[in-house]
Ligand binder design. Structure first.
Ligand SMILES: Nc1ncnc2c1ncn2[C@@H]1O[C@H](COP(=O)(O)OP(=O)(O)OP(=O)(O)O)[C@@H](O)[C@H]1O
Length: 252
């Protein structure tokens, strides 16, 4: 923990999901699905469109009333109230400036904003100079930086991210990956992405979800620590392995 005391939350727990079941209109999306998210690590979840990645995130966050399954944190406490969320859309409120968007959670909780924490995060994402700008005055990459700062402002030990950088151009995406890779360190993160390179750059662990009902068909840890360099030659072979897993038909 830093001297200012708010860089990292209390110890991030590991998460275990077991016996997950989810049916939509008689079709089993998950049937007895299990997975582990290691404590303080980033797990990246890949899978073909429609396989159920977003549904799995919602299930783990306790947001899907139709789903069944046991969700356990390694410290024995409930996950509820310890999860922050970041989506593909920045979800910034257009009538609030950057700093008020970062502290939106406090506003919704009717609590005063934590000024030092807000400034610290805006500095970390390189937007301290734009604290008074409205979202419409920012580029897409800047807006996602604000969204990242808002997610981190919540200072939760667990973070679920649903394709957070998918809408960005390739170079901005690499920059945001570097930024996120540093700022998410120490938290238990589940990041859904369609981009094998993004998963290989940011993940301590990679999971591939395929089939119906969906199952984890690949799970491995790339060498080295994230954020990995995009031109790291060892990632190329792993990228091919991921693409093959994503293209494999169910049961093949
Ligand atoms: N509320 C719902 N009611 C009925 N079907 C749903 C509902 N939500 C999701 N589905 C279906 O469940 C399947 C999985 O959806 P989900 O969004 O979880 O997939 P995904 O892997 O995240 O897809 P993508 O990569 O395209 O975002 C899809 O076939 C979707 O149409």
């Amino acid at each position: 923990m830093s001297s200012v005391g708010f860089d990292t939350p209390d110890a991030a727990p590991g998460i275990r999901l077991s016996g997950a079941r989810l049916h939509y209109e008689g079709v089993a999306l998950f049937d007895n699905l299990s997975l582990n998210l290691p404590a303080g690590r980033t797990s990246c979840l890949l899978g073909p469109s429609g396989v159920g990645k977003s549904s799995l995130l919602a299930l783990l966050a306790g947001l899907n009333a139709a789903a069944e399954g046991k969700i356990e944190a390694s410290d024995g406490a409930a996950l509820q109230g310890r999860v922050a969320w970041m989506a593909q859309q920045d979800l910034l409120l257009p009538w609030l400036n950057v700093q008020d968007n970062v502290t939106l959670g406090d506003r919704l909780r009717r609590q005063p904003p934590k000024h030092a924490r807000r400034l610290h995060l805006l500095e970390q994402v390189g937007l301290a100079e734009r604290a008074d700008s409205v979202p419409a005055a920012l580029s897409g990459g800047m807006r996602q930086r604000v969204a990242l700062a808002r997610t981190l402002y919540e200072n939760q030990p667990v973070i679920f991210m649903d394709e957070p950088f998918a809408a960005l151009d390739a170079v901005t995406r690499l920059e945001l990956q570097d930024l996120a890779g540093g700022l998410l360190a120490g938290r238990t993160v589940l990041l859904v992405t369609h981009d094998p390179l993004e998963a290989l750059r940011l993940g301590h662990h990679l999971l591939v979800l395929t089939g119906r009902p969906a199952r984890i068909s690949e799970a491995f840890a790339p060498p080295g620590m994230p954020p990995r360099a995009p031109d790291d030659p060892s990632l190329l072979a792993l990228q091919a392995r991921l693409l093959a897993a994503l293209r494999r038909k169910e049961g093949a």
